[in-house]
Write a protein that binds this ligand. Structure first.
Ligand SMILES: C[S@@+](CC[C@H](N)C(=O)[O-])C[C@H]1O[C@@H](n2cnc3c(N)ncnc32)[C@H](O)[C@@H]1O
Length: 331
C-alpha cells in the first residue's frame, strides 16, 4: 500500500471510520451499476474497504442484487496488495430471481439490458458486473435457510431483512460470527419506513452493537460489534408482534432515533407507526403520524408510502391484480 494510503488507513481506523468525510470520489464503474444504494452508500463501502478493512475476517453481502454493494467492496479488496496473502473473501448472497417490483429500480435507458421477467434469473447480470474482480464467492441461496460455515466475518452488509422471519434467520446464522472489536454490521434498511423489526432486534442487541456511522443521505446505518455475540443470545430471539409491549417499542424507537440524522427521523417514525398498526393498535399508529411528524415531513415519499400501506391494510383490495400492485417492497 502507498504511504499516503497507509496513513489514511491508520487515521481512519483511529478516528472510528468516518471515511465518507474524506470525500474520496466514487469510481465511475461503481456509479454505472444499477442499484438501490445511493452514491453515498456506495462510497462508504468503497472507502471502508480501501482504508479500514483489515482482512481479519470475511466480507459478506446479503441481498446483493446487481452488485452495487459488491462491486465497490471487491474493487478495493483487489487493490489491497497487503490483503492478497490472506484467504478472506467477499461472499455475495441472493436468490437472483427477478420480482415485479424490481422493474422500478431500472431507472434509465442505458440500463435496459437489465430487464427481466418475474421469476427469471438475473445471476448472469450480477456476474457480468463483477467480472474481472477477484475474491467474490457467489451464493445463490435462500437466506431463510442458508448455513454459514466459513468462519469469522469482519464486515456484514445486510440488505435482505425484508421480513421478521428472514431477519431472525440472518441474525442466527451470521451475527455470532462477526468479529468482536473490529467487526461491522451495516443495516441498509435502518432508516426505512417498512422494516420495523430491525429496530426492535437491534435494540435488543445494544450491548453488542454500537453505532459506528450513520451513512449520510441514505437508509444505511453501520454498527460496530464491540464484543462477539454469543450464539445463544440470537438463537433464543423471537419476534412475536403480540408480545412486544409498548414500553419496548417506545424505547427501541427512541434509541434508533438517537442514532440517526434527525432530518430522516420521520422515516423511522413511520416504521414505528407500521409496527403499531400491525399489532392492531390503529389509534396508536395514527397518532404517530398525527402527533410525531410535522406537516412538511408528511410530504416525504416514504411517509406517504407508509400511510398508504396502512390505508391498504385497513381496506384490503378485493382483486388479485391490485393486491399485487399494492405490494410495496422495502428499498
Ligand atoms: C432491496 S434488494 C437489494 C438491493 C441491493 N443491495 C442494491 O443495493 O442494489 C433485496 C435483495 O434481497 C434478495 N432477497 C430477498 N429475499 C431473499 C432471500 N430469502 N434469500 C436471498 N436473497 C433474498 C432479493 O433478490 C434482492 O436482490
Amino acid at each position: 500500500m502507498k504511504f499516503r494510503n497507509r496513513l489514511v488507513y491508520y487515521l481512519a481506523s483511529k478516528m472510528g471510520l468516518h471515511v465518507s468525510f474524506m470525500r474520496v470520489p466514487l469510481s465511475e464503474r461503481t456509479k454505472r451499476i444499477p442499484g438501490m444504494l445511493t452514491y453515498e452508500e456506495r462510497r462508504f463501502l468503497q472507502n471502508y474497504c480501501r482504508y479500514v478493512y483489515s482482512g481479519t475476517g470475511h466480507i459478506v453481502d446479503l441481498g446483493c442484487w446487481m452488485g452495487s454493494s459488491t462491486l465497490p467492496l471487491a474493487i478495493e479488496r483487489s487493490r489491497r496488495p497487503d490483503l492478497i496473502v490472506n484467504q478472506q473473501r467477499i461472499f455475495a448472497y441472493d436468490l437472483f430471481r427477478w420480482e415485479k417490483w424490481m422493474d422500478a429500480c431500472i431507472t434509465n435507458v442505458s440500463q435496459a439490458k437489465y430487464h427481466y421477467s418475474p421469476g427469471e434469473s438475473f445471476r448472469s447480470a450480477f456476474e457480468g458486473n463483477i467480472k474481472d474482480v477477484d475474491n467474490v464467492v457467489i451464493r445463490e441461496q435462500d437466506l431463510a435457510t442458508a448455513q454459514w460455515r466459513d468462519g469469522d466475518i469482519e464486515f456484514l452488509f445486510v440488505d435482505a431483512m425484508k421480513t421478521p422471519q428472514l431477519a431472525l434467520a440472518i441474525q442466527k446464522q451470521f451475527f455470532p460470527m462477526i468479529l468482536g472489536g473490529k467487526g461491522v454490521v451495516v443495516h441498509q434498511d435502518f432508516v426505512h419506513y417498512y422494516t420495523y423489526w430491525i429496530h426492535i432486534l437491534t435494540y435488543r442487541l445494544r450491548d453488542f452493537l454500537i453505532l459506528l456511522y450513520d451513512v449520510k443521505d441514505s437508509a444505511s446505518t453501520a454498527f460496530r460489534c464491540r464484543k462477539r455475540i454469543p450464539p445463544d443470545v440470537v438463537q433464543k430471539e423471537t419476534f412475536e408482534l403480540e408480545s412486544i409491549c409498548e414500553d419496548e417499542v417506545e424505547e427501541a424507537f427512541s434509541y434508533s432515533l438517537h442514532l440517526i440524522n434527525s432530518s430522516l427521523s420521520h422515516r423511522v417514525l413511520s416504521a414505528k407507526a407500521l409496527l403499531y398498526f400491525d399489532q392492531g393498535r390503529i389509534e396508536k399508529a395514527e397518532s404517530v403520524f398525527r402527533e410525531e411528524m410535522s406537516a412538511e415531513e408528511k410530504k416525504d415519499g416514504e411517509v406517504m408510502a407508509a400511510m398508504s400501506l396502512v390505508a391498504t391494510r385497513r381496506n384490503p383490495p378485493t382483486n388479485v391484480e391490485s393486491a399485487l400492485s399494492d405490494n410495496i417492497p422495502p428499498g
